[in-house]
Design a protein around this ligand. Sequence first.
Ligand code: OGA
Ligand code: NI
Length: 341
Amino acid sequence: MAGKLISTGLRLTTLPGNYVRPFSDRPRLSEVSQLEDFPLIDLSSTDRSRLVQQIHQACTRFGFFQVINHGVDKETIDEMVSVANEFFSMSMEEKMKLYSDDPTRTTRLSTSFNVKKEEINNWRDYLRLHCYPIDKYIHEWPSNPIPFKNVVSKYSREVREVGFRIEELISESLGLETDYLRKVLGEQGQHMAVNYYPPCPEPELTYGLPAHTDPNALTILLQDSTVCGLQILIDGQWFAINPHPDAFVINIGDQLQALSNGVYKSVWHRAVTNTEMPRLSVASFLCPADCAIMSPAKPLWEAEEDESKPVYRDFTYAEYYKKFWSRNLDQEHCLENFLNH
Ligand code: OGA
Ligand code: NI
């Protein structure tokens, strides 16, 4: 059963054994709270210093925030959602043409997280694509549904711009030059995960995605506009991030935690399932260039005393990414392998 797509359209009444988590590792959905003061940031604001301050607060407190008036039209977003839904509703035969459980493949449809490494599977199918440079990868992308390539290339180009603007705001919010992060991150890669969580017979026993942090620099998530499922861990407590119809959810990835010397955290998050409705999310990941050196920004660790040193050692993104995929998703924070001892 492991390693098989679950977006079959069939509804099971009990959860297959390979998805069942041990008692100590279940979502305990009744203990999840709502976040009342989750930041919603209006990117069209002309008050730059206020924006920077809002970003600073959001990043220190949550590592996550939502943005509205981000510049990607509603039409582009609706089309993205619709090709993604159409993709997952295609026949199994059509979908299996793209199936692979090899994480090094640049375009692949898969299930769970890393089926070759994990013992318990997750209630998710996902399509992973590389989106930059588009011309290098677009020929690998699904040719069905027909509008897929056009829609996804437009969407991913626009989301990249949103990400860049946010990286600039984040740089300023750390007291660094506006282009600091963009310079250090180099020619950024961009990956997309189109996540599809079918209705699950027993949501209390499993995850769509177990708790993890994102290994990249910045994540721009388009959540299903009606179905809840994303949760974040704040002070040891899980909180639901309910969808806002016009917003992207932005989160700090491990690389921005490293570059900020841990001032901003790459926060644990997870996706849970429900019995009623399939849930779709489109995650766009901006990634440092492979050879970019992740080195905590000097102004954030250099102190008067000579002994001061950064929290993390220098590493390349290529080194980090290899480590990330060699692990199980819900192990220790991957950055702990890169501490400066
Ligand atoms: C991810 C992720 C959350 C979601 O793809 O890394 O955290 O809501 N997704 O699907
Ligand atoms: Ni994630």
